[in-house]
Design a protein around this ligand. Structure first.
Ligand code: G6P
Length: 367
């Protein structure tokens, strides 16, 4: 058929492997020919008339939104609210006129997200969406629908759609920052050239497959796994825990590293692996000290870091995965790869149905 596994064992592994190509495509789609500007279809939408962004989604798309909050706040200086669609719509939040409401959905058909969009109609300045299916209900009911160009995603657990969503959201944050005068032309061009080298870094991260298969085999024996991250790595810790529970059925939860001492540290013992995502960035020292608190209680740490981070703290961990180095803002897209591969290999080791996990649907069109 038109959509087959192309020699891969699962759709999920095929879709993970496709990421360098689909990321190259989505980046190419939104960049000007000289790759110094971002082309977003305007449709009457203008970031200069927007003071606030409200982002709404479910599942993996929600974690893409949580990541984007950091980008919009730090790069564009825009206040951002992020909400789960099912909570947002029943809380009846007030929407001010200078708010853009942004809905992220792979399928574009998730019932709660669509209902949240309809709630914002007539209240928000504009309804924006980031979707994989341009003909979907969410796309059709938006003032501006931005495609993520990931191609069909068959595996129930989202992989390439997540990294493509992140890429489009990052481009939107850069565009907002540039339009609002917070990024100069040169700064924008520099950021875009960094982004263009992302697919090759993703390719290098995919080459860590063997080490992640080894780590997955170890994780497959666990009953519970804790994921920790700070800053941009916090939403990614949430996504890593979601991926693991979706396909391996291992109980996993994620915490912001700084919250460790406010509860989850009570769970730590030798039977609870802790996955720590920490590139060597401004927050690294703090994360390392959280990691040491885990190890002091016999917790086994899987540290996912870069060469500089591994040199500083790699010896202390149970397993260290050394990632390619990337500009800080791009680490969420890059560190999604080991999150996906770790969940994938854990599930394969457990023998679960990776592409069709029990009780889950690819698109949830009922409430
Ligand atoms: C389901 C899928 C998830 C997905 C979520 C939101 O729960 O299993 O992988 O993240 O729906 O779907 P959407 O199509 O709105 O992104």
């Amino acid at each position: 058929g038109q959509i087959d596994k192309g020699g891969y064992k699962h759709f999920m592994s095929k879709e993970i492997a496709e990421q360098p190509r689909v990321l190259t495509e989505v980046i190419g789609y939104y960049l000007s020919d000289d790759a110094t500007r971002i082309n977003l279809p305007e449709n009457g939408f203008d970031f200069k008339t927007i003071d606030r962004l409200t982002m709404v989604a479910c599942g993996t798309a929600f974690y893409a939104c949580l990541t984007a909050k950091y980008w919009f706040e730090q790069i564009a200086g825009m206040p951002v609210e992020v909400d789960i669609a099912s909570e947002f719509r029943y809380r009846e939040p007030p929407i001010t006129e200078r708010t853009a409401a942004l809905f992220v959905s792979q399928s574009g058909e998730t019932a709660d997200t669509l209902a949240a969009l309809r709630y914002c109609e007539g209240k928000a300045d504009s309804i924006l969406s980031v979707v994989n299916v341009p003909t979907s209900s969410i796309a059709r009911e938006s003032n501006l629908a931005l495609p993520i160009m990931a191609g069909p995603e068959i595996g129930v657990a989202s992989t390439k759609a997540f990294t493509c969503q992140l890429t489009v959201l990052y481009l939107m944050a850069l565009k907002a920052a540039h339009d609002k005068g917070r990024l100069s032309d040169t700064e924008l061009a520099d950021r875009l050239s960094e982004l263009r080298s992302l697919p090759s870094a993703v390719n290098a991260a995919l080459a860590l497959d063997k080490s992640l298969a080894h780590a997955g085999l170890k994780l497959s024996e666990a009953q519970d796994v804790l994921f920790l991250g700070r800053g941009l790595m916090y939403p990614l810790a949430l996504e890593g825990a979601l991926k693991l529970k979706e396909i391996s059925y291992i109980h996993a939860e994620a915490y912001a590293s700084g919250e460790l001492k406010h509860g989850p540290i009570a769970l730590i013992d030798k039977s609870m692996p802790v996955v720590v995502k920490a590139p060597r960035d401004a927050l690294f020292e703090k994360t390392v000290s959280n990691m040491q608190e885990v190890m002091a209680r016999d917790g086994k740490v899987i540290l996912i870091t870069d060469a500089a981070g591994a040199a500083e703290a790699g010896d202390e961990a149970w397993i260290t995965i050394v990632m390619p180095t990337a500009p800080a803002a791009l680490t969420p897209i890059l560190y999604a790869i080991p999150a996906q591969l770790l969940a994938y290999h854990t599930a394969v080791a457990k023998g679960t149905d990776v592409d069709q996990p029990r009780n889950l649907a690819k698109s949830v069109t009922v409430e």
